[in-house]
Unconditional design. Structure first.
Length: 302
């Protein structure tokens, strides 16, 4: 209820608002955090295989460096992958299913595709490394709630926001980057910004009671997408009712604090599920007995 009051009280900003460029994915920081976190939960076999593949490309030093590559190529060498970063629903269709995928593909089909290529040992190392780079990126994107949103406003990119009274941005960017960047600069202001991702990953890991446990995650992109979609449809998310072409909304500190809690849980789930999926693929498992235990809740508000 408090949230509703806050949402309803969002201030309207009047003059001279210029919208930011559309955001595309979890920003670079979000993807690095997910992959840094995932790396901590890889089995020995999975870590060895991933290190081996990543080392084949001198452009990358470590696994976390490959995780935002998909955003760098979506507008150039891999234009056909641009729609694969998200899936959108009709306004009156709250249920995510494979038929909601766009004709040229979407995030759920891209996860199936790249998990399959990464798993296929008859493919070249080059193909499997590329599939790994995509898969690691998709696992971040599918957990960003607005990557499973409602058709028509480009995942909130068209909803203008004045963020915390000072930054002109849009709702998509708030969830890709602003919340994450604010939390990092408030928590680790003394650290160089390039190092703050690692502190964030460490903080998230501290909230996951999984150390030393082998984790396996069955492939379930529709289920993961559904969780994100349920979050964006919640009243508290202040999205479903928002309309593009209105005056910018100005979410308050309460929106930031609740958004941070949701973001932390989505990042945790993305990282742990990515590790569990890579473990399962590399070890060729079919059983899913020990599947990402002790991480209950999608991140939605209770
Ligand atoms: N472009 C169109 N819809 C989008 C979404 N849900 N997320 C990111 N980019 C988009
Ligand atoms: Zn993306
Ligand atoms: Zn995004």
């Amino acid at each position: 209820m408090k949230w509703f009051v806050q949402t309803a009280a969002m201030a309207v900003v009047v003059a001279g608002f210029v919208s930011a460029e559309p955001a595309q994915a979890y920003g670079r920081d979000g993807h690095r955090i997910v992959c840094d976190l995932a790396y901590r939960y890889l089995s020995d076999d999975a870590r060895t295989e991933i290190d081996r593949l990543v080392a084949l490309d001198p452009q990358f030093e470590a696994f976390r460096d490959v995780c935002s590559w998909a955003d760098e190529v979506r507008g150039s060498t891999h234009r056909h992958t641009a729609p694969w970063h998200y899936i959108n629903q009709d306004r009156d269709d709250p249920q995510v299913d494979p038929e909601d995928c766009a004709e040229n593909g979407c995030i759920t089909s891209a996860i199936d595709l790249h998990a399959g290529i990464f798993a296929d040992r008859s493919r070249s190392d080059e193909d499997r490394l590329e599939a790994l780079k995509f898969l690691a990126h998709w696992m971040g994107d599918i957990h960003q709630p607005l990557h499973v949103s409602i058709d028509g406003d480009r995942g909130g990119n068209d909803i203008d926001v004045l963020w915390r009274g000072e930054r002109r941005t849009n709702l998509h960017r708030v969830w890709d980057s602003e919340i994450i960047l604010d939390h990092m600069s408030e928590s680790w202001s003394w650290a160089p910004s390039a190092e703050r991702n690692a502190y964030f990953a460490e903080e998230l890991a501290a909230g996951i009671p999984l150390a030393g446990v082998d984790i396996y995650t069955p492939l379930d992109p529709i289920g993961w997408a559904q969780e994100s979609h349920d979050i964006v449809r919640s009243r508290e998310f202040a999205y479903y009712w928002a309309r593009p072409d209105h005056e910018p909304i100005e979410p308050g500190d309460h929106y930031y604090e609740t958004g941070l809690r949701i973001s932390q849980q989505r990042l945790r789930l993305a990282g742990v599920r990515l590790a569990g999926l890579l473990n399962q693929i590399v070890e060729g498992r079919t059983e899913t007995a020990r599947t990402t235990p002790a991480l209950s809740g999608s991140g939605a508000l209770d």
